[in-house]
Design a protein around this ligand. Sequence first.
Ligand code: ADP
Length: 213
Amino acid sequence: MNILFLGAPGCGKGTQSKILIEKYGIPQISTGDLLREEMGSKSELGEKIKNIMAKGEFVDDKLVLSLVSKKIESVECQSGFILDGFPRNLSQAESLDTLLDGMSKSIDHVLFIDVPDEVLIKRCTGRLLCDTCDYIGNKDRGENVGDACPVAEGTLYQREDDEEETVRNRLDVFKDQTQPIIEFYEEKGTLKRLIGGNDPNLLASKIAKIIDI
Ligand code: ADP
């Protein structure tokens, strides 16, 4: 089962992917996580990525495609994968088609999580991550930068690109570059539109019905 999550920053793609990983063991391919990993290595490339991300802009298509194709071709993704954050523009969507065609694979479900802008801005600017595990907190639950993670030994921090000005820019970039892919998949007939922004468990149960595994 190959699944693709589409949606603006903060729509819940990452949270829903994690629920699917836990429930069905399908591996997730998150380009944001792969790029942050490269950034963490402090390489020259990592520094370049850091500057682009800090502005809320897109990293070079070729680089992202090479990261994704390595993962899709890996043994762990042979019986399925969840794409989160890729493709993000039409050129990436077309490259993904070519890559999958060459492997006689395809995307079974494209799940678009639609959330109003005000909710996205509030979520992203309040979002807190753990420096040790994949816990996602939020300031609107009374959590703050520097707090101890409630799950692991780690400390909570805010992503640099979750500052309000950058979040607004990321939303503009989404509308400009990513929204056209929604039509691309709508025409293929694989797109399912889901309303997000409320209870993540409710959304997860709607997704479970769609993918029906
Ligand atoms: P979000 O979905 O909340 O924006 P991500 O972690 O998916 O968060 O992405 C963070 C940043 O990583 C993006 O703003 C962009 O700079 C870069 N990025 C992630 N995926 C891609 C991609 N497919 N193409 C280009 N840049 C990407």
